[in-house]
Design a binder for this molecule. Structure first.
Ligand code: PSU
Ligand code: MN
Length: 302
């Protein structure tokens, strides 16, 4: 059986010319941000990549086709569609096989990037171990994927709604290199620093690219997680966010929100409770991650 894969015109040309390509996910568009800021952000991030000399490949499943790169009209349609499926590793093949439409999480985007020969992927924050995971067992499939699929993922850390120490413990157990870019602590998504020491620190894209290539040469499965701090001018202090996150978590528990709905529910509540500041910060950090991902992708094609 062949894989129904559709490349955007821009990505097809980049593949033919061997240009640097950076994958982008689509769950952040459909489940992570409200319309119209979701589509506006997706366009800005794509342009940030182009401005650095890389080519954007936003990934989604539309009508049973795995799209590597979306045409502008497709991006618009996805950004406004209602009830789009959220696709992780478990859902991807079934959605394609049955002609469905869905947005790819970090895990599913990594799988698609790997199929398309793309080595670098930029997102906002990965999923991880949820608070209360000791009873709910809610651990994002993103962590397992990082242990399996050889893509370098650039993020601003794991989303701060999560249990961050447990998230990074699991990544250590899974053998995933966690690299902090330009600082000694792991960034905490909306906040630049944390009290978690970074397992690895790198200060330039060439080092990150060389480590990616060394892992490939050694035949190691899995990718690298690059954690890139949000620019200082855009961050929200952890002390400001802590009570807001606590309130959102309490509401999620009271309303018995579970499984895939947890992360979108919490992001939406935090958006409302911060009067939109969380979204402004989220947009800034994704754009910052795209710029770094472009530099790494350019190093890899040198
Ligand atoms: N980063 C963001 N916003 C998001 C996400 C990432 O800034 O909405 C999405 C990613 O697609 C990630 C998903 O894979 O949230 C995690 O969902 P879960 O916790 O259900 O695995
Ligand atoms: Mn989950």
């Amino acid at each position: 059986m062949s894989l129904p894969i559709t490349y955007s015109a821009e990505v097809a040309e980049a593949r033919a010319k061997g240009l640097a390509i950076v994958a982008l996910e689509s769950t952040i568009i459909t489940h992570g941000m409200p319309f119209p800021q979701n589509v506006e952000t997706a366009r800005l991030v794509e342009q940030d990549l182009r401005d650095q000399g890389a080519v954007p490949a936003t990934i989604a499943v539309m009508n049973g086709q795995l799209h590597i790169g979306l045409e502008p009209a497709e991006l618009d349609a996805l950004g406004q569609a209602q009830n789009v499926a959220k696709l992780s590793r478990a859902d991807l093949a079934a959605c394609i096989a049955t002609g469905g439409t869905g947005a790819t999480t970090v895990a599913a985007t990594m799988i698609a990037a790997q199929l398309a020969g793309i080595h670098v992927f930029a997102t906002g924050g990965i999923g991880g171990v949820h608070q209360g995971a000791e009873t709910s067992f809610d651990i994002s499939a993103d962590l397992q994927e990082l242990a399996l699929t050889p893509v370098t993922v650039v993020c601003a850390g794991a989303k701060a709604i999560l249990d961050l120490p447990k998230t990074f413990e699991v990544l250590e157990t899974l053998g995933v290199p966690v690299i902090a870019y330009g600082q000694d602590t792991i960034p905490a998504f909306w906040s630049a620093a944390s009290n978690m020491p970074a397992p690895l620190r790198m200060d330039d894209a060439a080092q990150i690219a060389a480590s990616h290539q060394m892992r490939v040469a050694m035949g190691l499965s899995g990718g690298q997680l690059v954690t890139n701090p949000i620019p200082a001018s855009d961050e929200i202090a952890a002390e400001v966010l802590a009570p807001i996150i606590a309130q959102a978590l309490a509401e999620a528990e009271a309303q018995k929100i579970s499984a895939k709905a947890v992360t979108p529910f919490l992001l939406d509540r935090i958006f409302t409770l911060t009067e939109g500041r969380s979204l402004t910060a989220n947009i800034a950090l994704v754009r910052n991650n795209a710029r770094l991902a472009a530099k790494i992708a350019l190093e890899l094609v040198k």
